[in-house]
Design a protein around this ligand. Sequence first.
Ligand SMILES: Cc1cc2nc3c(=O)[nH]c(=O)nc-3n(C[C@H](O)[C@H](O)[C@H](O)COP(=O)(O)OP(=O)(O)OC[C@H]3O[C@@H](n4cnc5c(N)ncnc54)[C@H](O)[C@@H]3O)c2cc1C
Length: 465
Amino acid sequence: MSDDLRVTELSAGRENGRARYVLYWMQVYKRAAHNHALDFAVRAANERGLPVVVYEGLKYYYPWANDRLHTFILEGVAEKREEFARRGIRYVFYLQRHARDPRHTVARLARAAALVVTDDFPSFIVPEHNRHITEQVSVPVYAVDSNGVVPLRAFEKEEYAARTIRPKIRRLLPEHLKPSRGVAVKRRAPHLEVDCPETLVTGANVAALVAECDIDHAVKPSPIYRGGTSAGRARLRRFVKNILPRYDETRNEPSVDGTSRLSPYLHFGFLSALEVALAVERADAPRGAKDAYLEELIVRRELAYNFARFNPDHDSLDSLPAWAKKTMREHAADARPALLTPEQIEGAETYDELWDATQRELVRTGEIHNYVRMLWGKRVIEWRPTYEDSFRLLEHLNNKYALDGRNPNSYAGILWCFGKHDRAWGPERDVFGKLRFMSSQAMARKFDARRYVEWTKSLPAPLAN
Ligand SMILES: Cc1cc2nc3c(=O)[nH]c(=O)nc-3n(C[C@H](O)[C@H](O)[C@H](O)COP(=O)(O)OP(=O)(O)OC[C@H]3O[C@@H](n4cnc5c(N)ncnc54)[C@H](O)[C@@H]3O)c2cc1C
């Protein structure tokens, strides 16, 4: 059963002979389609003549839990309930609001399960969850990788850079860039009784539920992005029809709507990279534009996931290549002439107008345009006393405000600013050493920076508490 490259047996366990269902614990692939973990659970249930229970929980105490992230996740719940009911699958959603609410719900549900299937996401809290669950349940537990177009296990080690993973991905794509049909359940049981608390989420009660949670209420929901697979698909359709044909030109112009803006939907698994890649392949757009997009969606994204999978230090400066560590050691004592406090940086109150605009976009919308996100990361290196300080502040801001944060891309992107997946550059400079340097002045000459800055000022500011 586990010779599929996407499937890992986390613990062998003993199957429960009196099981009532197969349990799929949905952690990050928050979707009913193009989901290899769900398909695996349905096949396992069909083989045993059992129904499927899908469990999705949202707790109040994950790092950076706030109104923005909770709202985005909850907006995707009601449509999943309908979709799973239509497919004959029992879907249980439970919002754990505060310390007084019941815990250990997965273990409780697992008692009546033949086996447990869950998501194999290589970053944030999921690896720890997956270690923990095997200690709590006695039935077999499988983790299934539905992260990218190519399975993570198709690569044997950490890849050095895009240029090393690209040819391998190209070779593997014909085998993997194919529609996955989904598997129909044989034993329908959409209303099966289960031993687990449940929360009814409707279109109308999301804000009220979020208000009850013991989380950071200062980070407001995004005024632009709405959570859920249908919102993601609407954006995908719009992107493919109106933006993709000129993506290779418009992607570098933050003052227009010229990229896909799909990363929040990919991060929360509302859309699968496979579905997006296939929509792009089928689109009526020039080959050059499609290739430019697929380079980002597949090569860059899967390089980041490969990094997270194989490098246990992927959330720290320890994961940098030797040349980057050496140049940072050599420049650690360089004077930082324009130090800023974390509050000035977080509040977009620096002396750099373009940088402030990127931070304003992040705080107000939950995203930074792809083209200026590099500048956003690079500049903070100069503003804090140590590289470690800069890195931790970037991690904090990105994971707190960005809808697509807490992802392998977050770490690969931030660490790229410190040399990961990059090469040494000259001339050697103060503070940056051989790290690639970026200035706001040079960046501002490459696009309509004035228009971008004004646009970020026109965005609705978060409401005061
Ligand atoms: C400092 C810094 C922090 C970043 N933090 C994140 C993050 O938290 N989450 C995140 O998803 N991406 C992050 N990135 C990568 C990239 O900036 C975003 O994926 C991109 O801005 C998302 O916008 P989009 O969907 O419009 O991208 P598009 O240009 O439409 O690209 C399509 C998709 O390709 C993927 N992609 C694009 N660029 C990259 C890249 N450089 N590396 C990996 N995948 C990429 C994303 O999934 C994206 O949705 C970061 C980059 C930097 C430099």
